[in-house]
Design a protein around this ligand. Structure first.
Ligand SMILES: C[S@@+](CC[C@H](N)C(=O)[O-])C[C@H]1O[C@@H](n2cnc3c(N)ncnc32)[C@H](O)[C@@H]1O
Ligand code: SF4
Length: 394
């Protein structure tokens, strides 16, 4: 392990290293959600904590961790003593205070005692899954919390003194019109969070909402999604939140560094069932099953699913796809210097097509999506994937 702190590593120009911990517990399953999670029984939580301790001993911790992200599931649902245990397991591996440490919280389980432990551990960022502040929409999403609980969770997070607080909101919910979305955005802004994530509702396979969609009980409206998206950018920009990624807006200095570093294709170590990692030449995920994951970790195995060796072509392709989702865009000479062996001739032809089609601007070596390109970011990503995955001409 290096002698430098994460901040010194950053100053020395060493690439950042993230640590993601998947905490797979929720009080109930929301109608839209496909993240791996189970009920937080005492036995399951104890097994999880033992499994994380075992798994944390497996990867090579070659440099200090720059950013930590506890996601889920609902990490903030753990009892204060379990938050402390998890924090202690994690802190042993950090090599100094990270520059950012995020924990996801659900409004129905935010308490002063839990937040106090998180602050003591050094958590810097609370991310609250508000989704909506309108009772009818919370019901349409199958959320457990109420509007007063969401408002109360925000006030408690502020009172606990997190340097950064994020609110997650969802749009294009069945039954939501533009006025309702505007009301949610304006109420969220009035609270004064440092960061707002706005996600377009995705109908994930095998969720309750997906079943309703399949039965024709609810409908997806792609044109309305685009209108909601445009309204989001306009409302949040006017309120001083700069868009830095398709779904993410922040006040100056509050962009989520952990996510930005993953989108820039740096390395991160993932711990917990279902957690993905990109580290030490490999990308892969842990098995999304608490007991199987635990047994594997005890036997010294991790990242057993979708395991692929990292190649310059794969990293350059993903740096383009995810980098273009960020407003800063991608600097092509810098990417080329990082991965000189990627198929750059094909990439350059693609860049020309994106610019000619009005989907991107290219200036000073940096390629950025236009507002039209951002609306079509998923299609742009699919095209990059298709073209760069083609075998290069002999
Ligand atoms: C893993 S959840 C963690 C937050 C916490 N469990 C909660 O829900 O309050 C992270 C966020 O992903 C978003 N999300 C999850 N599934 C989604 C879906 N199908 N469509 C849109 N956003 C989704 C929600 O905004 C949620 O807050
Ligand atoms: S949205 Fe959050 S609280 Fe709801 S099931 Fe998914 S992870 Fe759990």
């Amino acid at each position: 392990m290096s002698e430098l702190t994460p901040a010194q590593e950053k100053a020395a120009g060493r690439p950042p290293l993230g640590l993601y911990v998947h905490v797979p517990f929720c009080a109930s399953t929301c109608d839209f959600c496909a993240f791996y999670q189970v009920s937080p029984t005492a036995k399951a939580v104890a097994g999880f904590l033992d499994g994380v301790a075992a798994e944390a001993g497996l990867p090579a911790w070659t440099r200090p961790v720059t950013t930590v992200f506890w996601g889920g599931g609902t990490p903030g649902l753990l009892a204060p003593r379990d938050l402390r245990k998890l924090g202690e397991i994690v802190r042993e591996r950090l090599g100094g205070a990270p520059v950012e440490w995020t924990v996801e919280l659900a409004p129905s389980s935010v308490t002063g005692a839990r937040l106090a432990v998180l602050r003591e551990l050094g958590v810097t960022r609370g991310s609250i899954g508000v989704q909506s502040l309108q009772p009818a929409l919370l019901a349409a999403l199958g959320r457990r919390h109420t509007r007063p609980q969401a408002l109360n969770a925000y006030e408690r997070a502020r009172a606990a003194g997190f340097p950064s607080v994020n609110l997650d909101l969802i749009f294009a919910v069945p039954g939501q019109d533009e006025a309702a979305w505007q009301a949610d955005l304006r109420e969220a802004v009035a609270l004064g969070p440092d960061h707002i994530s706005t996600y377009c509702l995705t109908f994930e396979e095998d969720t309750a909402l997906w079943v309703k969609l399949a039965r024709g009980q609810v409908k997806r409206d792609v044109e309305a999604e685009a209108r909601f998206y445009e309204l989001t950018s306009a409302e949040l920009a006017a309120a001083g939140y700069a868009q830095y990624e398709i779904s993410n807006f922040a006040r100056p200095g509050h962009a989520c560094q952990h996510n930005v570093n993953t989108w820039r294709m740096h390395e991160w170590i993932g711990l917990g069932p279902g957690a993905a990692s990109q580290h030490d030449g490999w990308r892969g995920a842990n098995i999304a099953d608490l007991e199987k994951w635990r047994a594997q970790a005890d036997n010294g195995a991790r990242m057993t699913e979708q395991r692929v060796r990292l190649t310059p072509a794969l990293l350059a392709e993903d740096a383009l796809i995810f980098g273009l989702r960020m407003n800063e865009g991608v600097n092509l000479p810098a990417l080329r210097a990082r991965w000189p062996d990627a198929p750059w001739t094909i990439a350059e032809a693609l860049v020309e097509r994106l610019v000619a089609g009005g989907l991107a601007d290219f200036a000073g070596g940096t390629l950025r999506l236009t507002s039209r390109g951002r609306l079509l970011a998923d299609a742009v990503g699919a095209e990059i994937l298709e073209k760069l995955s083609e075998p290069a001409p002999a």
